[in-house]
Design a protein around this ligand. Sequence first.
Ligand SMILES: Cc1ncc(COP(=O)(O)O)c(C=O)c1O
Length: 370
Amino acid sequence: MTVRPGPAPTPVSDRPVPSRQGSPAASPASAAATAAPPLEPQLRRIGGTPLLDLSQLLPRGGALPGGGRVRVLGKAEMTNPGGSVKDRAALSMVLDAEARGTLTPGDPRRILDATSGNTGIAYAMIAAARGYGVTLCLPDNASLERKRILRAYGAELVITDPLEGTDGAILEARRLAEEAPRRYAYLDQYSNPANPAAHETGTGPEILRQAAAGAGAPAGSVGLTHFITGLGTSGTFMGVGRFLRREAPGVRLISVQPDGPLHGLEGMKHMESALVPPIYDPGLADEERWAGTEAAHAQARRLAREMGLLVGPSAAANAAAALVLGRELLAAGEPATVVTVLCDGAEKYLSESFWDEAETDAGTGGGEGA
Ligand SMILES: Cc1ncc(COP(=O)(O)O)c(C=O)c1O
């Protein structure tokens, strides 16, 4: 597949400041974000993450018998200072709120949102660095490690019913925002256009530039052909997808969802059984795929043991889906470059028992499922 690289090199942003052009958050207010107080040193480290080659996990390392190759690459978002892809979205939403005057430095209003963890960690880090209070609604089953990180940053936690999952936390955040609008600036990551805008202006351009077939890529490589990632708020998929649709329309966009409602893949949403995020447009994907929890866990073990790469369950689900796709492309003899997102590292999930399970073939090598 030929990929049009785009009319001009898009500047790679190390800061996911909401875009002025073509972004859903584009508005006079978001344009004013550029006039906001400069970013603190810790926040300047957000974005600009490496793209890691996972192709050694493909048969023959992805080499096609007749020349050419299939590459599977993972955007290593765990290298953000808060440890996940959500640093980008949270910073974008805070800067956008500042630009709109919903938040002002020294403001008594607290940042409020519902978060299963990573966005909360990102808000808590950003709030501490920029001098805001932060209140986060999260289900009680969020891991102990996450709660401890949030408390370490000084966040106030409102714990919700674990049986209601993230949706229960969303309803509680809405209730608090309605009850005390002067106490809270409710950023609402599920509806906030500044969430996907972070990926449209930051992650997407970085991926297109880093996945190019030029210098540094192995012989026989082609530029980006497929982008595949899981849906949570859908901010990553929507933002990167919109950028690629515009700048590299030949790239195939594939979204991934857990294959059932009780999946345990932290950060991912099974849309059919969940509150669907208003920022999600199912029409953007060329294709939908499904992630199995056991296959994701097996992939996490394999990435750790064969590549020295410790990632969380959603990152492993993404890697599994990307590697299944890579094997399909290899079998079809189609040179390709598949990019997925490694959303976070494993540190917050080390108490989960799947790390101790015996190795099976499920989902890691057979080319079945995702
Ligand atoms: C670990 C993890 N994976 C995946 C996602 C999904 O990313 P997005 O919300 O951009 O769809 C999230 C979002 O919170 C997450 O925390």
